[in-house]
Design a protein. Structure first.
Length: 102
């Protein structure tokens, strides 16, 4: 059984026991999160929502929060003595999928 959920403008295909890195939600470890924005559920047969599947809920348990590795963006314009260097670290919430209820 799997489901496709929407979170933070992105879509994730999840199964029970999967570990995901979602956008930061400011929650404590062991908190329970229910996501009702389920786009599709496959439990033997595929059910696709318009836009969401009614009555479908994915339950997540928060493991921890953190920051990702630094990503460096560097732009250089040749022969112009112009360059920019920027860094970015993504804040995330690590969650485990505990239950998919269709």
């Amino acid at each position: 059984m799997y489901a496709i959920i929407k979170n933070g403008g992105k879509q994730y295909k999840v199964q029970e026991g999967d570990i995901l890195l979602l956008d930061k939600m400011s929650l404590e470890p062991k908190d329970i999160v229910e996501i009702k924005e389920v786009l599709a559920v496959n439990a033997g047969e595929l059910r696709v929502g318009t836009p969401f599947v009614e009555g479908a809920v994915v339950t997540l348990e928060v493991i921890n929060e953190g920051r990702g590795k630094k990503v460096i963006t560097f732009k250089k314009r040749r022969r112009k003595d112009s360059k920019t260097k920027r860094g970015f670290r993504r804040d995330f919430t690590r969650v485990c999928v505990t239950k998919i209820a269709a």
